[in-house]
Ligand binder design. Structure first.
Ligand SMILES: *Cc1c(COP(=O)(O)O)cnc(C)c1O
Length: 376
């Protein structure tokens, strides 16, 4: 749409910087299947993120699907209803049954205190999401997992580069997955990755993303084609040179919003935990229509009318979609916190080159959307 402001806009380094990398691909004639840029990006990302082993994928969804396959997860998996739909879809693609558990209303992540009551003899894993890049209660989740012998796979699609007390949050659980989709903080147009704790697990994942081939004549499992190609990997290498600058610019946008919106009646902001090096990936606000004087959806419509494409991440809940709503755990009366948040949330535009004037307009529209409720 012409002149629209989108909720996010991809990090695109100058095209002149990409040309020499393209030239190298043309010269090498290596287009995919673990070429030089693929190797380089795996190494540079592992170092940048502070993780041991990383396997690149053509998108985050196939990384999720493969992570579950790699750990041989069976039966039921406990997950959050408050996420992008791919989180739960990855379970259906593995013939697993999603079991939705409510979120903590402060972190908006799976509430570990609610997990135990959802465990049955068929439960084999927990699939939490670090929503908006805010870390889950990883210790609480690990304690439940250890007590009941469950695997933990983190959907860390929002958590690129996030550190807590100086340590990457991607090292928690058995595996973590990232998305490098164009809308994410770090992108390879489409892309994703799995973070593994050890060499052996990484090797298995690398086989599974290449149809299950262990060598020319050996296929160990019905793997998928999840490989990242050289164009994507080269773009990732380029982008990594610009990521720190992009994160600083995101932080500036974030802080300007926060100072303008932190004390508005009826609007609440995400709480940033102590000791967090965050990635400023989203700027969600919760609008309490009663107290603010205007409903979330009225504000949403107002923005749309002004060509500002804010998003209701995440609305509806995954549990409300047709392929999930028949599950007993999809009953929204058991998912009160997630349900309430999904009816109040609005994500405002945040990206490195969002300029100050645009941001001031976005804030202005929000504040003038407020009309007093008529007296009863
Ligand atoms: C973006 C996203 C995914 C899917 O990643 P793709 O790379 O788009 O396939 C999965 N989970 C969450 C929470 C996401 O935001």
């Amino acid at each position: 749409m012409a002149n629209s402001i989108t909720v996010t806009s991809p990090l695109l380094p100058p095209i002149e910087e990409f040309i020499p990398l393209l030239q190298r691909i043309w010269d090498s004639k290596r287009l995919t299947n673990g070429g030089p840029f693929h190797e380089q990006l795996e190494q540079e990302l592992a170092e940048y993120l502070g993780v041991q082993h990383i396997s690149l994928f053509c998108n985050g969804t196939l990384a999720l699907v493969t992570a579950l396959q790699a750990l041989r997860i069976t039966g039921e998996v406990i997950t959050t209803p408050y996420s992008f739909v791919a989180t739960a879809h990855s379970l259906l693609w593995n013939n697993l049954k999603p079991v939705f558990v409510d979120i903590d209303p402060v972190t908006m992540n799976l509430d570990p205190r609610r997990i135990a009551e959802a465990i049955t003899p068929a439960t084999s894993a927990i699939l939490p999401v670090h929503c908006y890049g805010i870390p889950c209660d990883v210790e609480g989740i690990q304690a439940v997992a250890d007590t009941y012998g469950l695997k933990v796979i983190y959907d860390a699609a929002h958590a690129f580069g996030v550190r807590h007390n100086g340590v990457s949050i991607l090292n928690n659980g058995d595996l973590s997955i990232l998305s490098f989709h164009a809308t994410k903080v770090f992108n390879t147009f489409e892309g994703g990755a799995i973070i593994s704790p050890d060499e052996k697990t990484k090797r298995r994942i690398d086989y599974l993303k290449n149809f299950g081939f262990a060598d020319e004549v050996t296929v160990i499992a019905p793997g998928i084609n999840g490989k990242m190609n050289e164009l994507q990997a080269a773009f990732g290498v380029l982008q990594l040179r610009h990521i720190d600058d992009a994160l600083r610019r995101r932080q500036k946008v974030f802080e300007y919003y926060r100072s303008a919106l932190e004390s508005i009646e009826g609007i609440s902001l995400l709480e940033q935990p102590q000791g967090l090096d965050w990635n400023y990936s989203y700027f969600p606000i919760l609008i309490d229509g009663e107290r603010f004087g205007t409903s979330r959806d009225a504000v949403y419509d107002r923005y749309r009318a002004e060509n500002i494409l804010v998003r209701r991440y995440f609305y509806p809940l995954i549990a409300e979609f047709p392929m999930y709503r028949g599950l007993s755990s999809s009953d929204v009366s058991q998912l009160n916190n997630a349900y309430t948040v999904s009816r109040q949330v609005l994500c405002l535009p945040i990206y490195p080159d969002l300029d100050l004037k645009a941001q001031q307009r976005i804030i202005e529209i929000l504040l003038t959307a407020q009309v007093p409720l008529p007296h009863a």
